[in-house]
Design a protein around this ligand. Sequence first.
Ligand code: 5GP
Ligand code: ZN
Length: 162
Amino acid sequence: MPDCLFCKIARKEFGSAVIYENGDVLAFLDINPRAPGHAMVVSRTHSETLLDLPDEALAPLFEGVKTVTGMLQRALAPDGFTIGINHGKASGQAVDHLHVHVIPRFTGDGGGSIHTVVSNAEGRGWKARPKDSFSPSLKASSEAHPPKEALEEMAARIRKAQ
Ligand code: 5GP
Ligand code: ZN
């Protein structure tokens, strides 16, 4: 894709701090890192989201994510990682070339978990209720959560779309 920023970075027409590359993928540091070593892994094949990435490009992309995560672990010894994709404009995707963020995490770094990104379950018709039902782990938390039947209904709806 001629005008795509990350295609240009992958073709080396636009500079970036490359940390890993092979014939299929490139990994480079985010220009505006949220943590030391914040990297992004991209396929050399242009696609906007996972849904239009050709199947044969999937495994190389996630092999790249694993390789880069190992490199960051050895280089920076973080205590963990947040690995994720802003997938589509509603989720905050700013660059229209699929990229996987690999963000080193350090104990006490002040960041949240993926659970802190959005809290909209009730916006989709689930009525939360206090901790009284099936999950022992949730019983220990103070968060309300949807009833078991609501989760089962949602799972059935999604299975039908396979
Ligand atoms: P998104 O919000 O689309 O998931 O993230 C896009 C990321 O690309 C942002 O974190 C932003 O800092 C990074 N970015 C935008 N332009 C450039 C650039 O020219 N070079 C590099 N290395 N990163 C960029
Ligand atoms: Zn592209």
